[in-house]
Design a protein around this ligand. Structure first.
Ligand code: UDP
Ligand code: MG
Length: 139
């Protein structure tokens, strides 16, 4: 079974660098359709809820601070095999290890400020999409 949705965020560093447009262009050119999208700022508490799975990791405090430091774009993307194909498109968490042509290689500043989020499983794609969007916001 291949999933057909994934969840992404364009993170504060990429928004700050005026890279919303260029990143959405890469996403569309790779064959993803936008099912839902919003421009918003997370509170530190909301960022903490979203990344709760990383609560015990050493970078959790820095991560939630960073993810609430400015606006983000949240979106649900549709494509066959969306989760795996999008992880491939964004590249490795550490941009110095990301392949040429990947979003993180092109736009990320550091391992923390790495331009975009991408779901890591179909189950998390559902959970993360539901965290941000109601059914009325999906087209
Ligand atoms: N992160 C960090 N330092 C690390 C690992 C991760 O600051 O050593 C941040 C980074 O922004 C990353 C997020 O925490 O995107 C979530 O980590 P994960 O391992 O889930 O990476 P991803 O799935 O985003 O590639
Ligand atoms: Mg992850």
């Amino acid at each position: 079974m291949t999933g057909n949705i994934t969840f992404t965020m364009i993170k504060p560093d990429a928004v700050e660098a005026n890279n919303i447009g260029p990143i959405l262009s890469v996403i569309n050119k790779a064959g993803f359709r936008i099912l839902a999208m919003k421009y918003m700022r997370l509170t530190k508490e909301q960022a903490g809820q979203f990344y709760a799975v990383h609560k015990e990791r050493p970078f959790y405090g820095e991560l939630t601070e960073y993810m609430s430091s400015g606006p983000i774009v949240a979106a649900v993307l549709v494509k066959d095999n969306a989760v795996a194909d999008y992880r491939k498109l964004i590249g490795a968490t550490d941009p110095t290890k990301a392949e040429e042509g990947t979003i993180r290689k092109m736009f990320a500043k550091s391992i923390a400020a790495n331009a975009v989020h991408g779901s890591d499983s179909n189950e998390n794609a559902e959970i993360e999409s539901n965290f941000f969007f109601s059914q009325l916001e999906r087209f």
